[in-house]
Design a protein around this ligand. Structure first.
Ligand code: ZN
Length: 203
């Protein structure tokens, strides 16, 4: 499986990092070694001094597709969860300044913890999915899918122009505002429609 991540998909987050507003979806990828085993702590990497959490809705692809039409895109994903797109922000800033790819800042081992997936048809408000994260018991990020610049169908259609999507692939759909640093000992709790999905510690 592969993990595709959309960047800059919520206006308030684009502004908080002082980035330019995208005119098309932008994406990058993480390898399957970015997954964190359920219940395991996240090991703080030794190559960064500024690891940020980004709380995101994560789609799971259910059907192989290439160059998918917007109108048909909703047939290609059927499950959703929340996850963290861990980012070594200090390395990412260096990569941006040098015009280098982002992999060392975004795609390292265990940088994509995700919860168990739920069928989208079982959600209370599939047209506007709420999600969030509590850091050490306090809300730090709360988002709504209606605030995405590019919606799920646009993302799936766009990515599949370049890369064939297969069942089991994940798509991280971008983070709302409120990103920030984690430190060793922090506890993260992730929520989908106010339901606790999973939690883990920074080790
Ligand atoms: Zn992200």
């Amino acid at each position: 499986m592969k993990i595709i991540c959309i960047g800059r998909n919520y206006l308030a987050h684009v502004k908080e990092l002082d980035n330019a507003l995208p005119t098309e979806p932008m994406f990058f990828m993480k390898p399957d070694t970015a997954l964190l085993p359920a219940g395991a702590p996240f090991p703080y990497p030794d190559f960064s001094k500024k690891v940020h959490y980004e709380t995101e809705l994560v789609l799971r692809i259910c059907k192989t597709g290439k160059s998918i039409d917007m109108e048909a895109a909703s047939e290609y994903y059927d499950a959703i969860t929340v996850g963290i797109d861990f980012t070594a922000r200090d390395l990412q800033s260096e990569c941006k300044a040098k015009g280098h790819p982002w992999e060392i800042a975004k795609s390292f081992d265990y940088s994509a913890p995700t919860g168990e997936f739920k069928a989208i048809c079982t959600l209370k408000h599939p047209e506007d999915i709420s999600f969030g994260m509590k850091l050490n018991g306090s809300w730090v990020q709360q988002g709504h899918s209606r605030d995405m610049i590019f919606d799920f169908n646009t993302i799936v259609s766009y990515v599949s122009r370049f890369i064939t999507l297969n069942p089991g692939d994940y798509i991280f759909t971008g983070t709302p505002k409120g990103v920030g640093e984690v430190h060793v000992g922090d506890k993260l709790q992730l929520f989908l429609e106010d339901e606790p999905m999973f939690e883990f510690e920074i080790k």
